[in-house]
Design a protein around this ligand. Sequence first.
Ligand code: DGL
Length: 282
Amino acid sequence: MNGFIQLSKDAGPIGVFDSGYGGLTIYNEIQKLLPQYDYLYLGDNARTPYGTRSFDVVCEFTRQAVRYLFQQGCQLVILACNTASAKALRTIQQADLPALDPNRRVLGIIRPTVEHVGEVTKSGHVGVLATEGTIKSHSYPLEIRKLYPEIEVVGESCPMWVPLVETNEYESEGADFFVKRHIDNLLARDPEIDTIILGCTHYPILMEKIRKYTPDGITLLTQGAAVAASLAEYLQRHPEMERLCTKGGKTVFCTTESDGKFCTQASLFLNYPVEVKNVTLV
Ligand code: DGL
């Protein structure tokens, strides 16, 4: 799974970026569906969480990450982080890419997540659980409204959920309290909700507890499979980009935190051992 990826000037691994471990839930599904490609995963664990940070700070941190991944040869980068997708994607695509390299691409994960929500909800009432940054950006209601103007969307921010994952407390009793509180809040605001989008890539790691406190009959939507399918379609529609993604079936994991800590946690989430490189973003 790990190892040296042969880099060329014109082709490289697919970059997958998140503020921390959450993006591994997206990487996992992408790698399962598209195992032939090389990947470079980058977690900015030293500066996580992004969810409570300002627009400008998230933009700058994400820009640094994209620049790093480009320097490593990635031609295509997936922001496997809703907060970065909500706050930084548009600025990077419109303002930075033309100067950085107009031929490379950066894709987000919010649009692929909402694409099929209209086929899932029967009541037409959808809830979104996400970070404060994602909820305040209104990205989910805006994207859903573009495709399904009749759907009602209510969002609830869960500021403790990412720290619970990043500090390895996601199975603790304390986690029960915070998970239940935000699901109850969301459903109290709209009892007709029949579909909940887990709009943060860290949240599938809390799935056991999320299921425990979600009433039967409510569908929980996670993002990994939808993002992976959408990437596969994208690569089919864009053979000029597909050709620039190297195919060796290898993944390199990088973190801005201690590599030992990332190694233990990532191996836990992925269920296999990984080798990790420590990097500094500037
Ligand atoms: N995984 C990120 C997301 O999807 C978490 C953001 C954070 O660092 O707060 O939004």
